[in-house]
Every structure is written in structure tokens, then in C-alpha cells.
Design a protein around this ligand. Structure first.
Ligand code: HEM
Length: 344
């Protein structure tokens, strides 16, 4: 398969069809006076552009990448709200509010946040490791430090079928189409129109307890069928869940506490987010979902998560353990550098 072009209006890490392996890296810049900080960030973004464009460009500088199969790597770089505020960067104003705390959160600050977030995606872990090392080197050279890193994976599926999460359900079915993405995922027309906001949540899942539920109970929790992913109100995976359909006794077919009811865009004025989640496995008792979603305004996440935190039937089985938000920069044009618009 051909390489994923690095350059373009939008970063390939958001637009490329989801690849099976991911590595997220968060970096912190050394504290500095504003003008030095801005210069340092510019330098680092230049280096990251060089590393990422080089790795995806088909003739990577690192011999280890040339030695293997051509790496179909896609990447994205985003800046965190703290850095944007500190350095007075041009980012969508909505980003400058951090996410609120949600009931049930058990967030480890060492596994979340960060001045910069980089996400790498590829067919397998091999190129991710090589490129992550180059990103680390670029960061060190710019006086930045690695804050956290997290790897994730998807089941390989045939012919674009939706992969399953560690509860065994298809995850990623209901995502916005191109028109909806224009309204809800990408920025409004103007300087931010090719940018978006990443919301990342590391969510531990009690897979054993969930697996012990009878299958029909699991399906009531989710609001979809485990086999084909169809909503409880439909017959095919991509049928839209009808959250208003009722049983003869007046109860909802998709229960009041089902995950797909509480996360339904119909409860949110049609607002949609682009979910590109990954599974993670960090050993016994620490497996789950890396929830990664892209949206114009992080308030979209906050509204949904407030509903979920209050009554999602999934809550018995999950725990949010880390969180990060980042403004995913517009793509770099051919010959250009990521983040040129930040400093104007
Ligand atoms: C839908 C699983 C956390 C938002 C779904 C679906 C599954 C799922 C199986 C149905 C298939 C699909 O449309 O992709 C999970 C699991 C979670 C989790 C296992 C935690 C471990 C979250 C969180 C949010 C969220 C934290 C946002 C705050 C959504 C949305 C949909 C969805 C917006 C699509 C609803 C629709 O348009 O029908 N999730 N999810 N999920 N989830 Fe989650």
C-alpha cells in the first residue's frame, strides 16, 4: 500500500482510515519567558515536521524504516490548553477551557495532560517505535521532556469491518459523515477550519465482570447487539438507533441507561464527534479503551460525558484514569511547517 502523504490541509492522523496500531506521546516544554517559549515551540514544531514528514515520505532518513516494508504511517500533532494560554497561541478560544472534573473520574495526572500531544498510527508497532524514538530525540534537543506515552491496538478486520473493543462489541460504528464532520468536527470557516480538538480519555474496563453478564444483559447495557452491532431497534449495524422506540409496555427498546441512548446525538442537538478509539493492554487489571475523539468544541464531549457519568449502565464496569485535550493543528502544506498559524 502507498505511503500516507504527510502534507495537506489537514493532518493525516485524523483523516486516514484507522490503522491497527497507535502510540500517543505527550511532551512538556521547559518553562521559559513567553518570547523564548514561542521560539522554542517553533523550533520543536519544525523538528517534528521534519521527523514526521521524513518518516511518512517514502524515503525515510532512518535506515531502520527503509529496511522494513514501507511504513504506512499517519500522525498528528496537537497543542494543549495550558501551553496555548502560557504562550498566547492562536487556538480556538473554546480550547482554552480545560475539561471539567466528572463524577467517577480517577485521573492520574502523570498519564494525562501535556503541552504537546503526538499520535502515531501504523499497521503494526514496528514503525511506531522507530518514529517515537525520533520524536523523543527532537523533544530532548528542544529542551522538552516526555510526559507520558501510551500504546494501543485494534483487531485487524477484513474489508473495513468495524473492529471490536475489549467488551467484544463493535466500536466506531456511528461516526459522522463528511457533511456532519464539516459542521461538528472541523473548525468553523476561518483560521481554524482545518484544525480540530482531540479529547483523549484512558478508560480502564473490567472485562471479566462484563464478560460474566448474560449476553442479553450486555446488550441492554450497550443498546446494541454484540454479534452484528445492530442497534436493539434495528437489524443491521448501520441502522440508526431509534432512541424513542418503545415496547408494548411503554418501556424503551433501548433502555434509559444504555450507552448508545445517553451518547446519542439526538439528545445533543445533532452534535457529533469523530471517534477513533483504540484498545490498550497494560497488564492484569489495566486493560481498556483509549477513547480518542475529534470535535470542533470540547464542550461537545463535556455534554455527553456529563450524561454518561450520571447514569450510563457501563459505569459499573469502567473507570476513567487519564485525560488530555489538544488542539490538533491544521496540516502543513508542501514545504511548510506544522503550527505556522499559532504565532501570528
Ligand atoms: C457509541 C463503547 C465510552 C461516546 C458506542 C458504541 C459502543 C461504545 C460499543 C456503539 C457502537 C458505535 O457506534 O461505535 C464504549 C465503551 C466506552 C465508551 C466500551 C468506555 C470504555 C464513551 C465515552 C464517550 C462515548 C467516554 C463520550 C463522552 C459515544 C458516542 C457513540 C458511542 C457519541 C455514538 C452514539 C451514536 O451516534 O449512536 N460506544 N464507549 N463513549 N459512544 Fe461509547
Amino acid at each position: 500500500p502507498p505511503a500516507v502523504p504527510f502534507h495537506g490541509e489537514r493532518q493525516a492522523g485524523v483523516t486516514t482510515a484507522q490503522q491497527p496500531a497507535t502510540q500517543l506521546l505527550a511532551l512538556d516544554l521547559a518553562p521559559a519567558a513567553t518570547s523564548d517559549g514561542r521560539a522554542g515551540l517553533r523550533g520543536l514544531l519544525g523538528e517534528l515536521t521534519r521527523v514526521l514528514a521524513g518518516a511518512t515520505g517514502g524515503s525515510p532518513a532512518d535506515a531502520r524504516l527503509q529496511g522494513g516494508q514501507p511504513a504506512r504511517l499517519s500522525s498528528l500533532v496537537g497543542v494543549g490548553p495550558g501551553l496555548a494560554a502560557r504562550l498566547g497561541l492562536n487556538v480556538p478560544p473554546a480550547l482554552l477551557t480545560e475539561l471539567p472534573a466528572f463524577p467517577g473520574d480517577r485521573l492520574d495526572p502523570a498519564r494525562g495532560g501535556g503541552d504537546l500531544v503526538v499520535q502515531l498510527c501504523a499497521a503494526d508497532r514496528w514503525p511506531l517505535s522507530v518514529v517515537a524514538e525520533q520524536v523523543d530525540a527532537a523533544a530532548r534537543a528542544a529542551g522538552a521532556t516526555a510526559r507520558w506515552t501510551q500504546s494501543g491496538f485494534l483487531a485487524r478486520t477484513a474489508g473495513g469491518a468495524t473492529p471490536r473493543n475489549l467488551f467484544g462489541f463493535k466500536d466506531g460504528t456511528a461516526n459522522p459523515d463528511g457533511t456532519e464532520s464539516g459542521q461538528w468536527v472541523w473548525g468553523p470557516p476561518g483560521p481554524y477550519e482545518h484544525g480540530t480538538v482531540l479529547v483523549y480519555r484512558r478508560i480502564r474496563m473490567d472485562t471479566a465482570a462484563f464478560a460474566a453478564l448474560p449476553v442479553d444483559h450486555q446488550e441492554q447495557v450497550m443498546g446494541r447487539r454484540v454479534g452484528d452491532g445492530a442497534p436493539l431497534t434495528g437489524t443491521a449495524e448501520h441502522d440508526e438507533p431509534d432512541i424513542y422506540a418503545k415496547n408494548p409496555d411503554g418501556s424503551y427498546l433501548i433502555p434509559a441507561t444504555a450507552h448508545v441512548r445517553l451518547s446519542s446525538p439526538r439528545l445533543d442537538g445533532g452534535a457529533r464527534m469523530l471517534r477513533r478509539g483504540y484498545n490498550y493492554d497494560d497488564g492484569p487489571g489495566d486493560r481498556g479503551l483509549l477513547f480518542c475523539a475529534f470535535m470542533r468544541d470540547p464542550a461537545q464531549f463535556t455534554r455527553v460525558q456529563n450524561r454518561l457519568a450520571a447514569r450510563d449502565a457501563l459505569n459499573t464496569f469502567i473507570e476513567h484514569t487519564a485525560s488530555a485535550v489538544a488542539y490538533v493543528l491544521p496540516g502543513a502544506p508542501e514545504g511548510g511547517t506544522l503550527g505556522e498559524g499559532l504565532f501570528g
